[in-house]
Ligand binder design. Structure first.
Ligand code: NAD
Ligand code: TYD
Length: 368
């Protein structure tokens, strides 16, 4: 299938041949920005549309290096707006969707669960419905990729791993909303034959991560000599994956994953929060030229998160054996690269932590 795409923005007036029109939702956010960068640079013959409402978590600065490419276009819009989404699909005639738009922060889901139901459940259902209506007469070559999280599986004890067969057991409003959206995606596959594929990934880290999440928040606080808030005793375990490896996995699954299937993405990289933060403190001391042990003194144990899941850990065997994906980077190297990125991008950090960030921070952590 070949589409002719005319781009007419201020820098380009050119006609290029596009053989796929892909809608990537939430591509101004953390993971989406890495996914769309990979797609527009690796596939110059794909026209990639970034649909994003630019909530507090969306930032076009994440995309300034690719925003003038002829196969990239930004569309500002809200996935919860049913009529807008329906018209958008009819107008642009997408033949692929990679869905990442989301309310993503567990702590915010505890204070405002309805926002998560609206965006993560209703928003996903709107996209599914619009894709079904557009593709109903010909599903050939079409693909709806839903990006999800390992948090839908609930909380592990000290042993075991999440596989694709682990029963869902979400325990926060965030994970419940993601679980619900996952169920809708599978329902559209079984009921309407919508060509879907899904993945559930472990915690990501890397550039462009909004500093409300553990790693970027701690980097920002260490840099500014502020307390590092650790929930409870810091014994909770997360399985960390470099965001660029997640983007590579999404590329692999989008192109080669079997329809109706789910793939778990992870790199067997489990850390307790306290051990991770101690490693981060060491790296930061070195980078900032501070005596070893300086940053560790900032660690402050604070009231635990309500319903805090103890441990997440992914078994990525299916993705590895079926599609040949494996992570590219060891954690210590990835964390150091991440610290370098934050220290080199002070302006980005200043922009995202100005305005409403301080209001959120004071509400969540008190005036520390
Ligand atoms: P993020 O919060 O960084 O970005 C979300 C993006 O969605 C933002 O750009 C925001 O503006 C946009 N958005 C929010 N509501 C919208 C709406 N109503 N309409 C249109 N756009 C809207 O999120 P992220 O961490 O990049 O997560 C992306 C996906 O990856 C999600 O599906 C998430 O569940 C999944 N995931 C994230 C992680 C992680 O560690 N961050 C791990 C596994 C899976
Ligand atoms: P987070 O980055 O919010 O990701 P998620 O909850 O989706 O796993 O949190 C990662 C872990 O760090 C989690 O166990 C909660 C903990 N945490 C803290 O201890 N302090 C903090 O300030 C934050 C934001 C998280």
């Amino acid at each position: 299938m070949v589409f002719l795409q005319t781009t007419n923005n201020k820098r380009h007036t050119t006609t290029i041949t596009m053989d796929r029109k892909i809608l990537i939702t939430g591509a101004a956010g953390f993971i989406g920005s890495h996914v769309i960068r990979l797609f527009v640079t690796k596939y110059p013959n794909y026209m990639c549309y970034n649909l994003d409402a630019l909530t507090y978590a969306g930032n076009l600065e994440n995309l300034k290096d690719i925003c003038d490419l002829p196969n990239y276009q930004f569309i500002k819009g809200d996935i919860t707006d049913t009529d807008f989404i329906e018209k958008l699909f009819q107008e642009y005639q997408f033949d692929g969707v990679i869905h990442l738009a989301v309310e993503s922060h567990v702590d915010r889901s505890i204070t405002d669960p309805l926002a998560f139901i609206r965006t993560n459940v209703l928003g996903t259902a709107n996209l599914l419905n619009a894709a079904k209506n557009l593709w109903k007469d010909n599903m050939e070559g079409k693909r709806f990729y839903h990006v999800s999280t390992d948090e839908v599986y609930g909380s592990l004890g000290k042993e075991g791993f999440f596989t694709e067969k682990t029963p869902y057991d979400p325990r926060s409003p965030y994970s419940a909303s993601k679980a619900s959206s996952d169920h809708f995606v599978r329902a559209y596959f079984h009921t309407y034959g919508l060509p879907v594929v899904m993945s559930n990934c472990s915690n990501n880290y890397g550039a462009n991560h909004f500093p409300e999440k553990l790693i970027p928040l701690s980097i920002n606080n260490i840099k500014n000599n502020k307390p590092i808030p650790i929930y409870g005793k810091g014994e909770n375990v997360r399985d960390w994956l470099w965001v660029n490896d997640h983007a590579r996995a999404i590329d692999t699954i989008f192109h080669n994953g079997r329809l109706g299937e789910t793939y778990n993405i992870g790199g067997h990289n489990e850390w307790t929060n306290i051990d991770l933060i101690r490693l981060l403190c060491k790296i930061m001391d070195k980078k900032l030229g501070r005596p070893e042990g300086t940053s560790e003194k900032l660690i402050t144990f604070v009231t635990d998160r309500a319903g805090h899941d103890l441990r997440y850990a992914i078994d990525p065997t299916k993705l590895g054996t079926e599609l040949g994906w494996k992570p590219s980077l060891q954690f210590a190297e990835g964390l150091e690269k991440t610290v370098d990125w934050y220290l080199e991008n002070e302006e980005w950090l200043e922009h995202v932590t100005s305005g409403n960030y301080q209001t959120y921070y004071d509400k969540q952590y008190g005036n520390r």
